[in-house]
Design a protein around this ligand. Sequence first.
Ligand code: NDP
Length: 383
Amino acid sequence: MDALSFLPIGGASLLQAAQWYGAFVLALFLGARLLPGIMRPGQSLKDGTRLRYKLSGLVLFVGTHAALAAGVLFGDWSLRPLLAHFPSLFVVANIWALVVTIYLMWSAWSKGEGRLIQTRGSRIKAAALDIWLGAELNPSFAGVDLKMHMYHPSLIGLVVLNAAFPFAQYEIYGAVTTEMWLYQGFVWAYIFTHYIREDFMLTTWDIIAERFGFMLVWGDLVYVPFLYSMVGWWVLGRGWSPAEDGGWVHEPWPIAGVFALVALHLFFHWVFRGANWQKDKFKRDNSVHIWGKPAEALGGRLLVSGWWGIGRKINYTGELGVYLSFSLCAGFDSAWPYFLPFTLLILLLQRAWRDDRKCREKYGPLWDEYCKRTHFRVIPFLY
Ligand code: NDP
């Protein structure tokens, strides 16, 4: 990290960051509004109706790659300046998260939605809960569903920020290392597999049940792109030492380590997406085949075939393993790259506990039977 210095947060850097960030979020929004997408119905709402979502994530993902490739090939762009302006971009993204939240509150309250309008009691507490947890379930702007849309500046923003690391490594050290390619490949694959089945998001808890407030907005706009890319800083500088000729030498990874890391990533990626896609398929049609056999379900409702017969929250296990594979690309010189899987571990363990309570309430004895059938919740032998 020492070979790379940040530009201090100040007028010029903030202005530059605001221009880049503004152009990026505007392009994504216009793309979502104007470009074609796959139309999919959401889950049934309380009043029995269903929203129709235009899923344009893959188009935006590919379009962003095309724009960056064109800039690099024909405009001689380097993405390294994104890292120099990282602190200012961070400030701008936080300000944007506040602006979006202010819009969401204004929009919800003017439509009579939210605790502040609908419940009695402390106004301050109701307003604070609305701001933090959200007031409206499915807010939209100019026909674009905002909860689904915010995944784009989040995940595509992460792809763009991450792509700055190999540029910086090449410009500083003169080469891009194997672990940098691995790190880039792993994160890219994680986001690509998100977008090839974007419709899966329509059955997740966040889309179905969570209102849209600062907590989720900040998570999308700041936490994901800026914290998830944190590992990249350590991958950038890993293994380099000054050479006698004034250049740099890099200590390569053993080839067996590279294969082991790729295998670990592929395995957990398979568990993570495989489990989510199995449940999604089952929820749409419970006569599906899983791993070549008709799906088995307790009471016709709780899937016990495939990954769901092994762990009750095995999709969380898979995602934690995927994040661990990102961090392992940075080696073991510092504990900081492991901050990401560590925070996700805390978040998902708490979420698994909450979901377990919710399911026990909803499914009663069927859930107890399910608990007996499966061996663990998230971590084999431990939890
Ligand atoms: P899940 O997709 O695991 O959904 C849980 C719900 O699925 C339960 O409430 C229950 O709902 C249903 N369900 C549970 N077990 C079964 C079963 N055996 N058969 C049928 N239905 C079952 O949870 P999330 O929405 O929390 O997570 C979705 C994905 O998002 C996960 O992969 C997770 O790792 C990821 N995630 C990532 C985060 C991040 O920051 N990176 C944060 C949060 C989630 P029902 O009442 O409908 O039956």
